[in-house]
Every structure is written in structure tokens, then in C-alpha cells.
Design a protein around this ligand. Structure first.
Ligand SMILES: Cc1cc2nc3c(=O)[nH]c(=O)nc-3n(C[C@H](O)[C@H](O)[C@H](O)COP(=O)(O)OP(=O)(O)OC[C@H]3O[C@@H](n4cnc5c(N)ncnc54)[C@H](O)[C@@H]3O)c2cc1C
Length: 386
């Protein structure tokens, strides 16, 4: 083995961000398993893809039927995590989609609702104005309220999962970048800035940085900048969580999403990755937004919320790892030594506790009946080739 060995473990999880923290939570329930978690930054830091105050959760998932069973299980697990961690993580405010009935996103949402018989409400333009006055629907717009949807508190979720994992005996190394992973005949050696760790299995949950650790992933994953912006409305009370669901609005190709006010003075209304930068590495992306970008965003926001001051009062630049078709990668190597999860493509937070459980299943059981085959590396490569 190597001279600078600082620990041995059964499982090492690289990255204690969104999925890493959830995987550590699930794995920590395996009695007698020695688990080490390694994070390049601090505990629930502000540089991962989970940063930014809130995330949208929905079950009526227009992106495909394959995700709905996972989202039902994720919803159950969000409540379990919230109870165990004793933190408020899931805001049961509903998720509202607004658009014209022939907008593809609206049609796909209704199709998912029909095929899974999901609880919901359809609102016409009149109902929308009455129930949710801040939205300014166009004459043709309808609303679809996914009543099982809501908001998530991402930083508190990561911290809550890490608290539980550490309390159950997981050994965490923070401020400890992993430099290299080497699969050997009898196991895996994970080299870090503080020395090497020898393990049976390594989980690579490094998000946007995954392809820097495993260069072969660069073929399948790129990184994208996503912006978050917060605006000040005339009357903040109309945007409080008691009366304002998380939302998505689509007009043609224009898309915005947002959440109720959580700070009492501003409302998150954001364009996501539209018009944002793309690159190979996180370091390739800008870390802020230009004045021009902010001005254009403000003008766009006014189309959706006429009472909003068009100058963002807070803004931040983030990133996520994207696959070409936005299907995540969750897979285990043939020898079982390496489990990889990345490419959550701007949609992964809502799934975090269930993806963490899929990772646990791959590590402990060697398989998971709930893992869609489309998430595998082989299927990603096949889709790319053909
Ligand atoms: C602005 C924005 C808005 C979003 N909105 C939503 C939403 O509303 N709903 C939704 O479901 N999803 C949303 N997403 C997507 C979701 O947040 C991401 O898909 C998810 O957080 C990605 O999780 P991850 O575990 O892959 O990455 P991360 O959470 O970034 O975790 C990766 C971790 O690995 C660590 N790491 C990396 N390399 C190393 C190394 N070499 N050594 C040690 N540690 C390392 C990192 O520091 C980090 O902590 C949004 C994303 C963004 C950016």
C-alpha cells in the first residue's frame, strides 16, 4: 500500500454536497460499516450546486414518467430527513406551473398527472388571478397546481443529512480536496491533500467537479452556469409561503421559476441557465453576472410580475453538471469498486434523498431495483453514439 496512508475504510464518499450528504446519511445506517466522507470545502459550504436558499420540488414531473416513482419516494424521504434532523426542510406550498394550454411544458405536465393520477388543480386565468394575485397571466394562460409540490431548503438539508451521518459515526474530512482515485486489485486508494485512504468502495459524488477527478466523464458531462436573482415587489405579503407556491412560467422559449419570500423582503425569480455560460470545468465559468445581464433579466421579470422592482436586490452565480439529454448518471463499475453520481442537470435537488438511497443500494447490495437503466454509463454512451 502507500506510505502516506491516513485511514482505511469500507466506503469513502467523495463530495459532501447534495447527493454525497444524502448517501452518507443512508450509508450511516449500515451498522459495522466504516465510512469516510471527504469534502474539498467546509461543512454545507456555499460553492456547491446546492447553494441559493431554496429549491423547487414537484411530483408532476414533465421531464418523464420514469421519474415519478422516484419523486414519490423522494417526498417521503424528505419528510423522514426533516423529522430525523429536526430541521424545517420541506415547505408544503405546492408547485404552480403557468403557461398557455398548448405550451409543450404544460401539456407534458398534464400528461404526467393523468398517467400517474396525481393530485392537482387546474386554474383558468380568472382563478389564477384570484388565488395568486402577484402572477400576471396572459389571457390564454392556465395554471396547474401540483399539490404535492413545494419548496426545499438546500443548505439546511445538506447540513441536516451530514449531522445525522456524523452522529451515527461517519468520519468526515473537510477542507480536504481529493486529488486522485486509483482502483487497485484489492480495493481503492483515494489520495487527498492530507494523505491517502484505502477503501473497499469509493462513491464519486463530486457534482460539477466529477470530470476533473474522472477525466472519462468529460465525454458525457459539461458544466453550466445558473443564475439566481431576487427582486423586491411592492407588497411582500402576497409572496409569503402561506399564500404563494413555488412556480414555473413558460412563454414560448422564455422560462422563469421562483419561490415564495423566505427573507421577508425579496422574492426569488430566476431564469436558470438561459443565456448563461457553459464550459468543461467549474473554473471556466464566470462567478458573477454582468450589469447588462442583470438589466435584461429585470426587464424579463417585469413581463411576469409587473409589480416587481426590475433591479435585482440579490443575485448569485452557480453551476451544475449537465448531460446532453439531462438524464443523470448513477452507476456502479463492473467490479463494484466505484459508484458514480453526477450530471444532475439543473434538476437534481428534489431527488437528493432518493438518489442518496440508490447510491447506498449500489454500494451495499450491488444493485437497486429502483434505478432506471437510462441512468447507467453504458446507456449514456449508447445514446451519445447513436
Ligand atoms: C441555481 C440553481 C438552481 C437549481 N434549482 C433547482 C430546483 O429548483 N430544483 C431541483 O430539483 N434542482 C435544482 N437545481 C439542481 C440541483 O441543485 C443540483 O442538480 C444538485 O445540487 C447537484 O448535486 P451534486 O451532489 O451533483 O453536486 P454538489 O451539491 O455541488 O456536490 C458536489 C460536492 O463535491 C465536492 N467536491 C467536488 N470535487 C471534490 C474533490 N476533488 N474533493 C472533495 N470534494 C469535492 C464539492 O465541493 C461539493 O460539495 C438547481 C441548481 C442550481 C445551480
Amino acid at each position: 500500500m502507500t506510505a502516506d496512508l491516513i485511514r482505511t475504510a469500507d466506503v469513502v464518499v467523495v463530495g459532501a454536497g447534495t447527493v454525497g450528504a444524502m448517501a452518507l446519511w443512508h450509508l450511516s445506517r449500515e451498522t459495522g460499516t466504516r465510512i469516510v466522507g471527504i469534502e474539498q470545502y467546509g461543512r454545507a459550504h456555499g460553492r456547491g450546486s446546492f447553494a441559493g436558499e431554496s429549491r423547487l420540488f414537484r411530483v408532476a414531473y414533465k421531464e418523464g414518467d420514469v421519474y415519478v416513482p422516484l419523486l414519490r419516494e423522494a417526498r417521503r424521504l424528505w419528510h423522514e430527513l426533516q423529522d430525523e434532523a429536526d430541521r424545517s426542510l420541506f415547505l408544503p406550498v405546492g408547485a404552480l406551473s403557468i403557461g398557455a394550454p398548448d405550451q409543450p411544458e404544460m401539456q407534458a405536465t398534464l400528461a404526467t398527472i393523468a398517467s400517474h393520477d396525481l393530485p392537482h388543480r387546474v386554474l383558468d386565468q380568472h382563478d389564477l388571478r384570484e388565488a395568486f394575485p402577484p402572477h400576471a397571466p396572459r389571457e390564454s394562460d392556465i395554471g396547474i397546481l401540483d399539490t404535492q409540490g413545494g419548496g426545499l431548503r438546500p443548505e439546511a438539508s445538506v447540513l441536516g443529512a451530514l449531522d445525522l451521518a456524523e452522529r451515527a459515526g461517519v468520519d468526515m474530512l473537510y477542507h480536504c480536496p481529493v486529488l486522485d482515485i486509483e482502483v487497485q486489485r484489492g480495493g481503492v486508494v483515494v489520495r487527498t491533500a492530507q494523505g491517502a485512504i484505502s477503501a473497499g468502495v469509493v462513491v464519486i459524488a463530486a457534482g460539477s467537479w466529477a470530470s476533473e477527478l474522472v477525466p472519462a466523464l468529460a465525454e458525457l458531462v459539461s458544466v453550466r452556469q445558473l443564475a439566481l436573482t431576487w427582486f423586491m415587489p411592492r407588497d411582500i405579503r402576497a409572496y409569503e409561503p402561506e399564500r404563494f407556491p413555488v412556480f414555473m412560467r413558460d412563454i414560448g422559449a422564455a422560462h422563469v421559476f421562483g419561490a415564495p419570500t423566505l427573507d421577508g423582503y425579496s422574492v426569488k425569480v430566476s431564469p436558470g441557465h438561459d443565456g448563461m455560460a457553459q464550459g468543461r470545468r467549474v473554473a471556466d465559468l464566470p462567478t458573477t453576472l454582468s450589469s447588462r445581464q442583470l438589466r435584461l433579466l429585470g426587464l424579463r421579470i417585469r413581463e411576469f410580475f409587473p409589480d416587481m422592482n426590475p433591479e435585482p436586490v440579490r443575485f448569485s452565480s452557480h453551476h451544475d453538471a449537465y448531460t446532453a439529454d439531462r438524464v443523470p448518471i448513477i452507476d456502479r463499475s463492473a467490479d463494484g469498486r466505484v459508484v458514480t453520481v453526477t450530471g444532475l442537470s439543473g434538476h437534481g435537488f428534489k431527488f437528493a434523498p432518493v438518489f442518496g438511497r440508490l447510491v447506498r443500494d449500489l454500494v451495499v447490495d450491488g444493485r437497486s431495483a429502483d434505478l432506471p437503466p437510462s441512468f447507467s454509463l453504458a446507456e449514456h454512451l449508447a445514446r451519445r453514439a447513436g
